[in-house]
Design a protein around this ligand. Structure first.
Ligand code: NZQ
Ligand code: ZN
Length: 388
C-alpha cells in the first residue's frame, strides 16, 4: 500500500425526511444563495421544502444550471454572489448543480479571471465560500468530494478541478428524492458510480486489501441492485443503497493508497464536450474498449475482478479476461446504455469523431493518461477506434 493522507470533512445526513435539518445546518445569519438546475427541484417540491427549512434567512435563487454546467452560466452566479454579498451557497440537485456550486464558491473571491481556476485544475484556489448540498441524483460523488467539472461551451473545454477548500460542509442524502428520476438518470448514476470504482481498483496490485475488498463490494452491490433500481416502482432500500454506494465510490476512501487510472474519464469528458453525450454514457463507450487494449498492464487485476466480482473462474487467463470485459459491456447494456460510439447521434461519421476527440485530447495535454501514463494519443486512438 502506498503512503497516503485521507481527509474528508463533509458531514453526511442520510435518510428520509432529512431536508428539514437544514434549519440547523445553515448558519442562522447566513445570506444564502440557492442553486439548482432546470426544472426538477421546483416540480418535485424539493425547493419549497428547502426554503421552508431555511425559515426567515435571507435567501436568493439561481436557477438554470444545465447538465455539464457551463462556465458561462456559473459566472452569472458568481456575479450575483459578489453583487449581493451572499455568504453561503446551497446546491439542490445532482452532480452538475453541486459542481457548479463548487466553482462559484471558489470563484467568488478569486482575484483574476476565474477560468484560470479550471486551467490550473484548482491548484490556485486560495479561499472558498462555505456551501452545502441537497442531493437529488446519486451518481458523481460530488456531494462528498472536493472535485468539480465545468465546461466552457465556447471552446469545447471540459476541465476538472480539485481543492480541499471545496468539500461541501454537509450533504443531505434523502433516498426518496431519487423517486422522481427518469430511468435514464438512474442508469447513468449506476454506470458512473461503477466506473468511479473501476478507475480506482482496476489498475495493478498494490497490496491494498481493504481498498480492494471495499471496491469489490461496491461493484457487487451495484450489479445486485441495478435491476430493482430500474424497475417501475421505486423501492426505498434499493435507492438508499444506490445513493450510499455512489457516494462511497468517490469520497476518497477506496482511492487512498492505491494507483488510479482515470483515462476513461478524461477521454469521456472530451466526448461530452464535443457531442453532448451524458457523462456516464461516454464512460460506457470507452471503458470496455480500454480494458481490452490495456489487458496486459491490467492482467492481474482483470483476473481478480473476474473472479471476485463476476465469479468467472473457468478457462484460460485470456478467456477469463475476454469474458469479464464482455460481462462489463453487457452490464452497461442491461442498464439501457449503448456501449458503442455508433449508437449515438454524433452528427459526423464515427471515424471522424475519433479524430476530433484525439485532437481535443492533444490540445488539452491528455497525452499520457492512466495509472502508468502509457495511454498516449496513439493508444487513445486505438481505444476509440475499437469503440466505434
Ligand atoms: O436540470 P433539472 O431539471 O434539475 O434535471 C436534472 C438534469 O437534467 C435531472 N434531475 C436531477 N435530480 C432529479 C432530476 N430529475 C428528476 N428528479 C430528480 N430528483 O437529472 C439531469 C442530470 O443531472 P446532472 O446533475 O447533470 O447529472 P449527474 O449527477 O450525473 O452529474 C453529471 C455532471 O457531474 C460531473 C460530470 O462530468 C457532469 O458534468 N462529474 C462530477 C464529478 C465530481 N464532482 O466528482 C465526478 C464525475 O466523474 C463527473 O465527471
Ligand atoms: Zn464520472
Amino acid at each position: 500500500m502506498r503512503n497516503f493522507e485521507f481527509y474528508n470533512p463533509t458531514k453526511i445526513i442520510f435518510g428520509a425526511k432529512t431536508v428539514a435539518k437544514l434549519a440547523d445546518l445553515v448558519p442562522a445569519n447566513a445570506r444564502v444563495l440557492l442553486l439548482f438546475g432546470g426544472a426538477s427541484a421546483k416540480t418535485t417540491g424539493t425547493l419549497d421544502e428547502v426554503k421552508a427549512a431555511l425559515g426567515s434567512r435571507e435567501v436568493q435563487e439561481f436557477a438554470g444550471i444545465e447538465p455539464n454546467p457551463s462556465f458561462e452560466t456559473m459566472m452569472r452566479a458568481v456575479e450575483l454572489v459578489r453583487r449581493e454579498k451572499l455568504d453561503f451557497l446551497l446546491a439542490v440537485g445532482g452532480g452538475s448543480v453541486i459542481d457548479g456550486t463548487k466553482f462559484v464558491a471558489a470563484a467568488a473571491g478569486y482575484d483574476g479571471d476565474p477560468w484560470e481556476i479550471m486551467q490550473k485544475h484548482g491548484r490556485n484556489v486560495k479561499s472558498a465560500l462555505p456551501f452545502g448540498s441537497v442531493l437529488t441524483l446519486p451518481a458523481t460523488g460530488s456531494e462528498m468530494n472536493s472535485g468539480g467539472v465545468i465546461m466552457r461551451k465556447s471552446t469545447h473545454e471540459k476541465f476538472s478541478f480539485m481543492n480541499r477548500l471545496v468539500f461541501p460542509q454537509f450533504s443531505i442524502l434523502d433516498p426518496t428524492k431519487t423517486y422522481t428520476l427518469p430511468k435514464t438518470q438512474i442508469a447513468n448514476g449506476i454506470a458512473d458510480a461503477f466506473v468511479h470504482t473501476i478507475e480506482q481498483y482496476l489498475t495493478f496490485p498494490a497490496q491494498a486489501m481493504p481498498q480492494d475488498r471495499f471496491a469489490e463490494g461496491l461493484l457487487q452491490t451495484l450489479i445486485e441492485i441495478a435491476p430493482k433500481a430500474l424497475s417501475m416502482e421505486p423501492d426505498y432500500d434499493t435507492r438508499a443503497n444506490m445513493m450510499w454506494v455512489a457516494t462511497l465510490a468517490l469520497n476518497g476512501l477506496i482511492g487512498a493508497g492505491v494507483p488510479q487510472d482515470w483515462a476513461t474519464h478524461m477521454i469521456g469528458h472530451e466526448i461530452t464536450a464535443l457531442y453532448g453525450i451524458d457523462h456516464a454514457r461516454t464512460l460506457a463507450i470507452v471503458l470496455p474498449s480500454l480494458l481490452n487494449v490495456q489487458r496486459e498492464q491490467k492482467r492481474a487485476k482483470l483476473l481478480q475482478y473476474a473472479d471476485r466480482v463476476w465469479h468467472i473462474t473457468e478457462g484460460s487467463e485470456e478467456e477469463r479476461i475476454d469474458q469479464v470485459i464482455l460481462q462489463t459491456r453487457q452490464f452497461f447494456e442491461s442498464l439501457g446504455i449503448k456501449t458503442r460510439l455508433s449508437g449515438y447521434e454524433l452528427g459526423v461519421a464515427p471515424a471522424e469523431a475519433v479524430e476530433a476527440i484525439i485532437g481535443l485530447l492533444d490540445a488539452h495535454g491528455m497525452t499520457a493518461l492512466g495509472e502508468a501514463q502509457d495511454v498516449t494519443l496513439d493508444v487513445s486512438r486505438v481505444i476509440l477506434t475499437a469503440a466505434i
